[in-house]
Design a protein around this ligand. Sequence first.
Ligand SMILES: Nc1ncnc2c1ncn2[C@@H]1O[C@H](COP(=O)(O)OP(=O)(O)OP(=O)(O)O)[C@@H](O)[C@H]1O
Ligand SMILES: [Zn+2]
Length: 505
Amino acid sequence: KPGVGGFNGNGGRGIFDTGKTHFKVRNEMDKKIYFKDVAGCDEAKQEIMEFVHFLKYPQKYKELGAKIPRGALLVGPPGTGKTLLAKATAGQSGVPFLSISGSDFMEVFTGVGPSRVRSLFQEARQCAPSIIFIDEIDAIGRARGREGMFSSGGGERENTLNQLLVEMDGFGTTADVVVLAGTNRPDILDDALLRPGRFDRQISIDIPDINGREQIFQIYLKNIKLDNEPSFFSQRLAALTPGFTGADIANVCNEAALIAGRSNQAVVKMEHFDSAIDRIIGGLEKRNKVVSKIERRIVAYHESGHVVAGWFLEYAEPLLKVTIIPRGTGALGFSQYVPNDNRLMTKGQLLDMTCMTLGGRAAEQVLLGSISTGAQDDLEKVTKMAYAQVAVYGFSDKVGLLSFPQRDDGYSMSKPYSNKTGNLIDTEVRELVRTAYQRTVQLIEEHKEQVAEIAELLLEKETLHQEDMVSVLGERPFKPAEGTNYDRYMHGFVDEDEEEQQSVG
Ligand SMILES: Nc1ncnc2c1ncn2[C@@H]1O[C@H](COP(=O)(O)OP(=O)(O)OP(=O)(O)O)[C@@H](O)[C@H]1O
Ligand SMILES: [Zn+2]
């Protein structure tokens, strides 16, 4: 049976060898961290503020009959400050912080994982209100039955996961323990973990943009003796380090000081930072994380195409935010729009969404004169949307008012139909996408200058918000559809807690 740790012939570790159980619960109340120590992820801070509130005033919520949310997943690439933010949440709320890493569980013996989980939660309950942080939760939280071919310890991991689920449910409504967990792969987590009452909230922490990097540099430059004003450095360094995480930046600052020391300098100069950055870029290149100038430009124009298409298509949901900062998941650009499966959509809306999704490819073609592989994800979405329009929602006159249930992959239909109908569906889907693309290209051509302007602004600022878009494109000519994200955004949701808003900084 797998799961009997260390007894499967690797390294000759015997079954009685209690060797590598480096499991520890860390209770770090001594060095307190606050929100001000976490730079450049204001949105994540804003979202996690909810938990600070609960932990500070549990009584207030209980009197109202509100159930305290149990947990949240902090989602983002390594080194973006997930652990730091969790610690800061504890610091800000003035509660104990207990942390553990999912990978610590992978080394332990049968039966130890679950009992560690039990004692972790016990300790947290004893010092409640408190925060538990589980780093790398994917190590224990992978979907059950999706064991990798080479991983051992499946049974043990599953038991540990089950125990975690039991503990999270077993709180009842009284214990004021918040469980935060960090991961880069929310997609592989067991569904059971994401259910209400468990990790039902996701807070994403992205790689910082140029402003974020400047703020993070400011934090770490404080401890360094420089030959010029810190702001002189932070601005320049932020511009030189696209794609760097907070951990990379902390690393650059330390490395620069080491280099200066090695060359017997009394102060750290720009040249030292230059060498430090070169060194760290070397490491990032190996991990394939550096985006070339040419790639950046393609991504900027591509994303700009989505922005402009969304802006000038009446029924599309325009983007609230767009960025060219690579995300950990491998996608280059990122456009925040959330098509809501459950919402009733009109034919017009679906068509406009299709065109908006094609906006990236269209902008590449029209403005750069060549196309890239970057639209794959978009085309996948478009294909699914088009199939749905033709074969599920009955929008195609030729196919008629028939609806064939979609298979899980979204591409083909599970109900049997004749080959003739199958061919007709294919033809209609192709025709729909072709017409939509034509329409999109035309739209992008009409707004060519604006697409270029947005793209250049993206290259400069890396992330654009609504205000930046208005400054280039003017007010959106259409009223936001009611109930959409855009609508909510335009009418604003205001956080009641002014005081805490400010401490987000
Ligand atoms: N936004 C930030 N502001 C300030 N420092 C940061 C930030 N992000 C990362 N750091 C620095 O990088 C270090 C590592 O970050 P942290 O461990 O929080 O990242 P993480 O997202 O939890 O990574 P991992 O997934 O690898 O555990 C922090 O201790 C801190 O020094
Ligand atoms: Zn795209």
